[in-house]
Design a protein around this ligand. Structure first.
Ligand SMILES: Nc1nc2c(ncn2[C@@H]2O[C@H](COP(=O)(O)OP(=O)(O)OP(=O)(O)O)[C@@H](O)[C@H]2O)c(=O)[nH]1
Ligand SMILES: [Mg+2]
Length: 356
């Protein structure tokens, strides 16, 4: 799973990513896209590690791209932003980082700190980048459809669809509102429209505003997860050893780590849940889309397991924790044998029975 962190200049993207991934901050003024792996905190895995004492525990991870900040205030900045944007069309989701912190040391974008305005500007620019892509495709397809190529039928279908998308954007509607069928969705899938990607918003609050909720009002819809992070503080906490960090967090009243909040936002935007396995001494969390059937979940673990799927021996983590051990679970009838169509639930611990 790949996410791109993007935002306006100096909103705190690199500080957040460093705090949650442990990777060093990029050099000041860096214009390259950096990459960091964020481990997905999971208290269930922590508990199960104590319980099973596995040889290895593998947490899920999110691969995060840290983009240099966008500056749409001048032409040079706009061109640089467009180039960067064109490089993230294959990511699974976007995390829009907006600045809400005040600081004498960091000059604010457009001369004032205004997270709602910044969010609107970012989303508008993403839409404009998509419009540019639509326009380029239309120009190309209009030339191409007259040629008797193998792809002519497909090209015609795409051209009609792109024109529909163009109309929607020009009427200030979303691209998704103009896509009516799965076939249409399939036609443009590989183009990676940014405004079709799930998004989460991370508000960088600054010190002293811990656990503050942030309300964007009308400028974002309710389905977009908004997480609040005090980037600099989290960055400082990340430099401490585990014990001191826990002590400081308790003193400051921080109940959830920045990584936890960040990942929760991403999982919610993507509609992900996790199931857990213990195979050959390895305890592992597997992220899947909500609504995934057992057979496809098996395929995540190994294609052989999917091919030879017999049954998914399943129980829930919560039940295991409540009953204390698997023997007690079995006695209570809490271990189920599920078939290939069973919809996997968050926190299911699954032992796939298979035969190849
Ligand atoms: N006071 C304060 N300063 C912060 C906070 N977060 C980031 N900063 C400072 O703001 C500046 C920019 O932070 P970065 O994390 O580099 O922001 P960025 O979005 O990656 O910046 P660009 O990649 O240049 O766009 C740095 O000087 C940080 O120390 C915060 O929560 N509080
Ligand atoms: Mg940066």
């Amino acid at each position: 799973m790949k996410a791109a962190l993007l935002g306006l200049l100096q909103s705190g993207k690199s500080t957040i990513l460093s705090a949650i991934s442990g990777k060093a901050l990029p050099a000041v003024g860096s214009i390259a896209i950096a990459e960091a792996i964020v481990p997905v905190p999971d208290e269930r895995l922590d508990w199960l590690t104590e319980y099973h004492k596995p040889k290895k525990t593998t947490y899920a991870t999110i691969d995060c791209l840290d983009l240099p900040g966008f500056n749409f205030a001048d032409e040079h900045g706009r061109a640089a932003a467009r180039r960067l944007i064109s490089q993230i069309r294959t990511v699974d989701m976007l995390v829009l980082v907006v600045r809400a912190f005040e600081s004498q040391a960091v000059p604010p974008y457009r001369n004032s700190v205004n997270p709602a305005r910044d969010l609107v500007e970012l989303r508008t620019e993403l839409l404009l980048a998509d419009l540019e892509l639509v326009t380029t495709r239309i120009e190309r397809l209009e030339k191409q459809v007259h040629k008797p190529t193998k792809t002519q039928a497909h090209d015609k279908a795409e051209l009609a669809l792109q024109k529909k998308l163009q109309e929607a954007i020009e009427a200030e509607k979303s691209i998704s509102s103009a896509i009516e069928t799965d076939a249409e969705r399939q036609i443009i899938k590989s183009l990676g429209f940014l405004t079709l990607k799930p998004i989460a918003v991370a508000v960088n609050l600054g010190e002293g505003r811990l656990d503050e909720q942030f309300d964007f009002g009308d400028c974002t819809d309710d389905s977009v997860p908004v997480v609040t992070i005090c980037a600099e503080l989290e960055y400082e906490l990340a430099q401490l050893d585990a014990d001191s960090k826990a002590e400081f967090m308790a003193d400051l009243g921080i109940t959830e780590s920045a990584a936890g909040k960040f990942v929760r936002g991403c999982y919610s935007a993507l509609g992900l849940i996790s199931f857990l396995t213990v195979v050959s001494g390895e305890l592992r969390a597997w992220p899947i889309k909500q609504g995934t059937a057992a057979l496809d979940a098996a395929g995540k673990v190994h294609t052989d397991i999917k091919r030879g799927f017999i049954r998914a021996e399943t129980f829930s983590f919560d039940d295991l924790k409540e009953f204390g051990n698997e023997k007690a679970l079995k006695a209570a009838g809490k271990i189920r044998l599920e078939g290939k169509d069973y919809i996997v639930a968050d926190g299911d611990i699954i032992n796939f029975r298979f035969n190849v």
